[in-house]
Design a protein around this ligand. Structure first.
Ligand SMILES: NC(=O)c1ccc[n+]([C@@H]2O[C@H](COP(=O)([O-])OP(=O)(O)OC[C@H]3O[C@@H](n4cnc5c(N)ncnc54)[C@H](OP(=O)(O)O)[C@@H]3O)[C@@H](O)[C@H]2O)c1
Length: 228
């Protein structure tokens, strides 16, 4: 009798558009079971029997609590957890503005951190926690004076990833990814990005399934480690 391998499971936040949507499709094409989030809980772009959409707004504690409840009811332990959801309302703006600053931190930093903290026990010890950050969060590489909230939120998220990797000590492994400059709607109309969402997703997939170093900060576009 032939032994059928268990379908691996991946949770992807922000799966409704851009990089997260392309990533979800890529994992499904590679026979993963995918649970993807969006704020509405509807992702009509994907109609695949191995895909389950759930509602998650990282800026709202009740939405996070409901998503955790729904995930618990599914009784799934994930092999891969990709924290992709993120916003950049002050991308390319020179002056910081308090409302967008607070919103950016709520989603990119506070919401993501506390969602990961609550999810740790639902990831297999041999699994992987991936954080889609940005090289705009690298302090060493920063020579710009714009996008204050976005850069700061990603720099703080990068620090959290280090602390998380120290705590988990490789079980599961943690990595931070810069997905490249990708043609999505994150900054209104990012049409001049060098990569399509599909090209970025392919690079992310290849990195995630590889035996990467714990606590790596990896650039998908150049295939190199980034400075923190
Ligand atoms: N595009 C680039 O060039 C680039 C470069 C570096 C890093 N990144 C990072 O890559 C990630 C994906 O970005 P993208 O370019 O694909 O952006 P995008 O097309 O705007 O997609 C963002 C995703 O996040 C979700 N989202 C937005 N607000 C949310 C909230 N409050 N709670 C939970 N989910 C929320 C959106 O879902 P709904 O709106 O349906 O809820 C959507 O699925 C982000 O973390 C971004 O910082 C992107």
């Amino acid at each position: 009798m032939k032994c059928i391998p268990m379908q691996k499971k991946v949770l992807i936040t922000g799966a409704s558009k851009g990089i997260g949507l392309a990533l979800s499709r890529h994992f499904l094409a590679h026979n993963y079971e995918v649970i993807g989030t969006s704020r509405t809980g509807k992702i009509i772009e994907i109609t695949h029997s191995s895909f389950t959409p759930i509602a998650l707004d990282l800026s709202k504690t009740d939405s996070v609590a409901n998503a955790l409840k729904e995930l618990e009811s599914l009784k799934v332990t994930f092999d891969i957890f990709i924290n992709n959801a993120g916003i950049g309302p002050d991308l390319n703006y020179t002056e910081p503005e308090q409302d967008t600053y607070l919103k950016t931190f709520e989603v990119n930093t506070t919401g993501t951190t506390f969602f990961i903290e609550k999810m740790i026990s639902n990831i297999t010890k041999e699994g992987k926690i991936i954080i889609i950050s940005s090289k705009m969060g690298s302090i060493e590489m920063c020579s710009s004076s714009c996008s204050v909230a976005y850069r700061m939120s990603k720099a703080a998220l990068n620090m959290y990833s280090k602390i998380l990797a120290n705590k988990l000590n490789g079980f599961p492994k943690v990595a931070v990814i810069h997905p490249g400059w990708v043609r999505t709607m994150i900054s209104g109309d990012n049409t001049s990005g060098r990569l399509s969402p599909e090209e970025s997703a392919l690079g992310i997939f290849d990195f995630v399934i590889s035996d990467f170093d714990n606590s790596a900060f990896w650039d998908i576009e150049t295939q190199t480690h980034l400075p923190w």
